[in-house]
Design a protein around this ligand. Structure first.
Ligand SMILES: Nc1ncnc2c1ncn2[C@@H]1O[C@H](COP(=O)(O)OP(=O)(O)O)[C@@H](O)[C@H]1O
Ligand SMILES: [Mg+2]
Length: 315
């Protein structure tokens, strides 16, 4: 087979040498380009590092602001509680006629003071709870408990309000519901918020509180009302801090707009989620779905947890 390896003429050699020199020059200029690029990259890199530092700084500032907000909230809430307590006890003393009789008009006025102070106390409590959650100061203490006990505690809590109301509050007796291992105080708080909203926004009909097993590992609690309902476009925003939907009912009622936002955060702490379905003018159903056994906590066996003769105290 013929090869191309033949002898070159001096002319060819010169040409090859020229070509080699050209290539060398090209390589040199490319090397310079690479050096330039490297320098540029180094600079960009320094810029990125500086940006990161700035971001870190901003994150730090944000955290400080959030800590400050939490501290401010908890401080304010504590400062509010004491004078509110005095207002409430003096109103009670006056209404009990411990310092003498009241005429009809005076009684009306003192009741007004009492109602306003109660409302303000509820608001302050919501604020304090939210501040605690934001500051990460809420501890979850799970224990085994029976649904029946939780429902009867809630029933007792709402009895004084419902006795005066035209609507009925029905607790559907839990049937075949396993015991739960979760923080029942937090769960009760969430349901209490749902029920008090349902009571606030329902003028006629009923409020039904129920529980059923959702799937193998979760439970679903529902509070269904026949109240004013919520428009679809507002179903998300009601879970934000301070949000209240404008309505004629809302003008009569007060509240902080913090209840649902707090409930949402408490539900997340219990490893669950909230769902809401609603139709304007028909009613709303709020549900909370939580694990039967709070994940991440060592659940004692039911037998070991059951101390004979002692029942978990609810609420
Ligand atoms: N059951 C309900 N029916 C109709 N509207 C509701 C219901 N629950 C909540 N809402 C709406 O969501 C808003 C936020 O609720 P919430 O956070 O509990 O605040 P608050 O009760 O203090 O107003 C309420 O102001 C109301 O507009
Ligand atoms: Mg509320």
């Amino acid at each position: 087979m013929a090869t191309e390896n033949t002898l070159r003429t001096p002319q060819e050699i010169r040409e090859l040498e020229n070509e080699r020199d050209l290539l060398r020059q090209k390589i040199l200029s490319q090397q310079t380009q690479i050096d330039e690029l490297t320098a540029e990259l180094r600079e960009t890199n320094q810029g990125v590092v500086a940006l990161y530092a700035e971001l870190d700084d901003r994150a730090g500032q944000l955290k400080d602001a959030s800590d400050l907000k939490s501290r401010f909230l908890s401080y304010m809430s504590h400062e509010f509680r004491t004078p509110l307590g005095s207002i409430m006890s003096i109103a009670r003393i006056l209404l009990d006629r411990m310092d003498g009789p009241l005429n009809e008009e005076q009684e009306k006025q003192v009741r007004f003071i009492q109602n306003s102070a109660t409302e303000l106390t509820e608001m302050v409590n919501d604020l304090l709870d939210l501040a605690k959650v934001e500051a990460g100061k809420v501890t979850i203490s799970p224990a085994w408990f029976e649904m029946v006990d939780l429902f009867s505690a809630l029933r007792g809590m709402f009895k004084p309000i419902m006795d005066k109301s035209e609507i009925s509050l029905i607790f559907v007796e839990p049937a075949n519901i396993p015991r739960l291992f979760t923080d029942h105080v937090k769960l009760s708080h969430i349901l209490r918020n749902f029920i008090s909203n349902a009571v606030k926004f329902t003028q006629r009909g009923e409020i039904r509180v129920g529980v059923r097993q959702n799937d193998e590992t979760t439970m679903m609690f529902t509070v269904a009302d026949t109240g004013i309902g919520i428009a679809a476009e507002n179903l998300e925003s009601i879970f934000h801090d301070w949000v209240q939907i404008a309505s004629s009912a809302q003008k009569r009622l007060r509240g902080s707009g913090l209840g649902l936002s707090l409930s949402k955060r408490l539900t997340e702490l219990l490893g669950g989620e909230i769902r809401v379905e609603s139709k304007l003018g028909v009613g709303s159903t709020f549900s909370v779905i939580i694990p039967i056994q709070l994940p991440g906590h060592e659940a004692m066996s039911e037998e070991a947890a059951a101390v004979p003769g002692e029942k978990a105290r609810l609420l």
